[in-house]
Design a protein around this ligand. Structure first.
Ligand code: GDP
Length: 433
């Protein structure tokens, strides 16, 4: 992606809207604003100006304009904002005028943020948080993403990085004196203890719940024999005070998955094909195999069958369904965690409250860091290298293990080895971000 150009894009939502914001970033941004308005307003001061097409002097719009001098800007470059009337034709006319100006081009998706990263305005963990913030649909997701975008992990990782550097310096000192006779065993022990302390701190962060559950939702699978009332209960669950969040890609058709949020906690409820031992035709057998997979990967299973058939799972809840009927089995009702009737609504609110309370245990707490898979992998690598360093007595091998620990943190923050993932990350952003 060429970075020398001056880029522009609509940074607000799709027109028509009350206001449309076009941002311009790069070395020609300031000059572009002067060309459009005739005279440059003072820096960082909003001004109402007529915008004219430099090609023919035609009035494009009357707009509030503002400019910021780099590098102390969102992108690290000179940055201009045009707050236009948000009509489609207005936006199109201004975009066309900008595209016709030499040295200017429309930005690629995420290019403003990528420039912010390239210019050191944000690091990779912050950029990831920003990407998540734009996609956040529930309150829990928003809080976690905002913490990440605000540099919470970055500050922690930078502190770890400095600690590793101090340990490396101690090893270097040891190497310098290693050919002398009186090797200082006390210093060696201090180094080992400090390394283990840092490793323990990192292990504690890794042990907390991951961000994936926060993003994808707590998986609740409804299982039981055919006609147990699974579909009806699923409908009753998702119709109650639930915010149906957007569809999740890749959901198989024969397992219905409904993403919903209760109290800001994201869930995905799945209804499975009925589980029976004597499965009949091939298609049903495939459905049953998928149901078993769904149970295996579920966070919570709601079992609507008889207690004898309850599947093996660490969090399976016996549910007595259809309790409005006279023929509810006593043995099921006696051991059930919840008694519900999808028909009358009995027990549904209590079941939802229990699900929300249990789900909160599986999600990162609001004040915790929610690590994504990439961050988790790199921080694990750092921890493994530190344990490795602590276990080594040879200073040369120990120095190398510490170097690897630091390399993992550098990758985490985007200081190295990250070109591939940058394309993926910034491609996720919309144009204009
Ligand atoms: P599934 O095969 O497990 O998904 O079961 P369904 O949800 O399709 O329900 C099977 C039958 O039980 C249907 O005729 C439903 O109307 C009925 N049913 C489901 N839930 C209730 C309930 O809470 N009370 C009563 N009386 N009938 C129910």
């Amino acid at each position: 992606m060429p970075s020398g150009d001056t880029i522009f894009a609509l940074s607000s939502g799709a027109p028509p809207a009350a206001i449309a914001t076009i941002r311009i970033s790069g070395s020609l941004a300031k000059q572009t604003l002067a060309t459009l308005t005739g005279a440059l307003p003072s820096e960082r001061q909003a001004a109402l100006r007529s915008l004219r097409d430099p090609a023919d002097g035609r009035l494009l719009d009357r707009a509030v304009v503002i400019w910021f001098a780099g590098p102390a800007t969102a992108t690290g470059e000179d940055l201009v904002e045009l707050h236009l009337h948000g009509g489609r034709a207005v936006v199109r006319a201004v975009e066309t005028a900008l595209a016709n100006m030499p040295g200017l081009r429309m930005a690629e998706p995420g290019e403003f943020t990528r420039r912010a990263f390239s210019n050191g305005r944000i690091d990779l963990a912050e950029a990831e948080g920003l990407g998540d913030l734009l996609l956040a649909e529930t309150e829990a997701q928003r809080v976690a993403a905002l913490r990440m975008a605000s540099g919470h992990l970055s500050r922690l990782a930078n502190r770890w990085r400095e600690a590793v550097l101090r340990l490396s310096a101690m090893v270097e000192a040891e190497l310098d004196f290693s050919d002398e006779d009186d090797v200082d065993t006390g210093a060696d022990e201090t180094l080992r203890v400090l390394t283990l302390e840092l490793a323990a701190e990192i292990d504690a962060v890794l042990a907390r719940p991951h961000a994936e559950r926060l993003k994808d939702g707590i998986r609740v699978v409804l299982a039981g024999p055919p006609n147990a009332g699974k579909s009806t209960l699923l409908n009753a669950l998702v119709q109650r005070d639930a915010a149906i969040v957007s569809d999740i890609a890749g959901t198989t058709r024969d397992i219905i998955a409904v993403p919903v949020a209760y109290d800001g906690v994201p869930f995905v409820f799945s209804d499975t094909a009925g589980l029976r031992d004597d499965h009949g035709d091939g298609i049903e057998a495939i459905g049953i195999a998928r149901a078993q997979d769904a149970i295996a990967t579920a966070d919570i299973v709601l079992w609507l069958g008889v207690p004898d058939g309850i599947p093996q799972h660490p969090a399976v809840w016996q549910i007595a369904a259809k309790v409005d009927r006279a023929d509810v089995s006593r043995e099921t009702a006696d051991v059930a965690r919840h008694l519900v009737s999808a028909l009358t609504g009995e027990g549904i609110d209590a079941l939802i409250a229990d699900l929300v309370a249990s789900a909160r245990q599986l999600l990162p707490a609001p004040e915790d860091l929610a690590l994504n898979a990439r961050q988790h992998r790199l921080i694990s690598q750092c921890g493994v290298s530190l344990h490795d360093a602590a276990g080594q007595s040879d200073p040369l091998i120990r120095a190398e293990a510490l170097r690897q620990a630091r390399a993992a943190i550098d990758s985490l923050l985007g200081h190295s080895h990250v070109e591939d993932m940058l394309d993926t990350l910034f491609g996720r952003f919309c144009i204009g971000k």
